[in-house]
Design a protein around this ligand. Structure first.
Ligand code: AMP
Length: 445
């Protein structure tokens, strides 16, 4: 297997340009209108490989430009073939979340604006009939979440005989979310002759197993070592007491005058509580998580993008696919249960070579989670005390991540079906210490 390794350097450091990669004029025009001048490292590798018909297995974290890496060459090849027929699709992109699916379609539409190709998206949580009607006209490139796609297939609203491309995006997350059976069912219905592109932030044993049955002589691309955070993101930890976190969050937003902040909460209830509290204090805030209707999720995200919502509080799953140009601040109100999610969370800032700022409010109860993150990222995070919010609790039993179903320790790897929305900070079981280093610095960002 051919393996190519590259670092996810800012695109301005790249030496090639899009003209050299084999894309035709309509796509080049769309790229220049979008303002992309140089391909990112993953685009440099993936575009020629996909154009030549090869399968791909790419380890690339968000923010590397991977979406254009697989979308552009597929659009190029689709533009040379016959248009899609009734209920037919020619390229299928599977993603774990609705937000990511919508985001990918947005990108596809921008890149394909000068091509005569039809693209669409289907996901659950919204009415199925309009989706059925749109599919009847035929779709060249369809982005979908697995459950709704299977529903549509079972209803006879979609046919797979003409599928030429399959993309599994954020495959590790799809397995984490328990989609493996849906994925295998979809695979069993697709034509055998097709091109397969698999993208995953990490390649754990279950992803490798999936890849073995799926990919034929793939080009393997490794853009950054797994679990490495982008160099452009400045990371800080502010130690504080658990119960004062909401207060500290609002203090930081106000004193630093942050205008666009993505906040991560471990639980749905926690996300609601913090969003409500901030709103009452006059900071426009919205929560986004799996219990919210699709309409509420879309509105919150849109408000966050257009600036009417200053603080978006999200759980891990809901936050997948949030891609906002130059998102300046990410705050971990709670540390994630799974250390790799830390990398995904802070990947929302510092995208495509921009500078970002990621802070974590860490209570003594989370010291084991913090250690797991530092082990996974192989980085020691700088701790800065905020005057007036110094922790009074320096030692505390760790958070029970089981939600009351028995002891669990923080994991520094992914691969099992941990549900990120489930943890509750109750039932302490064992002792650990967390003694923050005192520093004279305060955060001025
Ligand atoms: P992705 O990793 O696909 O989620 O892309 C991350 C961000 O980088 C998105 O906002 C893209 O619009 C942007 N992007 C992708 N490719 C390029 C490029 N070649 N030049 C500048 N920005 C890009």
């Amino acid at each position: 297997m051919q393996v190519i390794t590259a670092t996810a350097a800012p695109s301005s450091e790249s030496s090639s340009n899009f003209d050299d990669l084999g894309l035709s004029a309509p796509l080049l025009k769309a790229l220049s209108e979008k303002g992309y001048s140089t391909p990112s490292p993953i685009q440099e590798q993936a575009i020629p490989a996909v154009l030549s018909g090869r399968d791909l297995m790419a380890a690339a974290q968000t923010g590397t430009g991977k979406t254009a890496g697989f979308t552009l060459p597929m659009l190029e090849r689709l533009s040379h073939g016959a248009r899609s027929g009734r209920c037919q699709i020619r390229a299928l992109v599977l993603t774990p979340t609705r937000e990511l699916a919508a985001q990918i379609l947005d990108n596809v539409r921008v890149y394909s604006r000068h091509l005569r190709l039809r693209s669409d998206v289907v996901f659950g949580g919204v009415k199925v009939n309009p989706q059925i009607q749109r599919l009847q006209q035929g779709v060249d490139l369809l982005v979908a979440t697995p459950g709704r796609l299977l529903d549509l297939y079972q209803q006879g609203a979609i046919r797979f005989e003409r599928v030429e491309f399959l993309v599994l995006d954020e495959a590790d997350r799809m397995l984490d979310m328990g989609f493996i059976h849906d994925i295998r069912r979809i695979l069993s219905k697709l034509p055998e002759r097709r091109q397969n592109l698999l993208f995953s932030a990490t390649f754990n044993p279950s992803i490798r197993k999936l890849a073995t049955g799926l990919l034929h002589d793939p080009l393997q691309i490794q853009i950054t070592p797994p679990n490495q955070t982008a160099r452009t993101v400045q990371q800080l930890v502010h130690p504080c007491d658990m119960k004062r976190k909401p207060e500290l969050l609002s203090h930081l937003i106000r004193t630093n005058n942050w205008q666009q902040v993505l906040v991560f909460s471990r639980t749905k209830h926690g996300a609601n509580r913090v969003a409500e509290r901030l709103s009452k204090e006059g900071l426009s805030a919205a929560a986004i998580h799996g219990n919210k209707s699709q309409g509420a999720r879309t509105r919150a995200l849109q408000g966050f993008k257009d600036g009417s919502v200053r603080v978006l509080v999200a759980t891990d799953i809901a936050a997948r696919g949030i891609d906002i140009q130059q998102l300046p601040h990410v705050v971990n109100l709670d540390l994630p249960n799974v250390a790799e999610d830390y990398v995904h969370r802070i990947g929302r800032t510092g995208r495509a070579g921009e500078c970002g700022h990621a802070i974590s409010l860490v209570a003594a109860e989370e010291s084991l989670l913090l250690k797991a993150i530092e082990r996974t990222t192989r980085e020691s995070l700088e701790k800065v005390l905020i005057p007036g919010f110094e922790p009074t609790v320096l030692e505390a039993p760790p958070i029970d991540l089981s939600g009351g179903r028995g002891r669990r320790t923080p994991r520094s790897g992914s691969g099992s079906a941990t549900r990120h929305d489930r943890g509750r900070a109750d039932k302490p079981r064992s002792k650990s210490s967390a003694r923050p280093r005192r520093s004279g610095r305060t955060s001025q960002r």
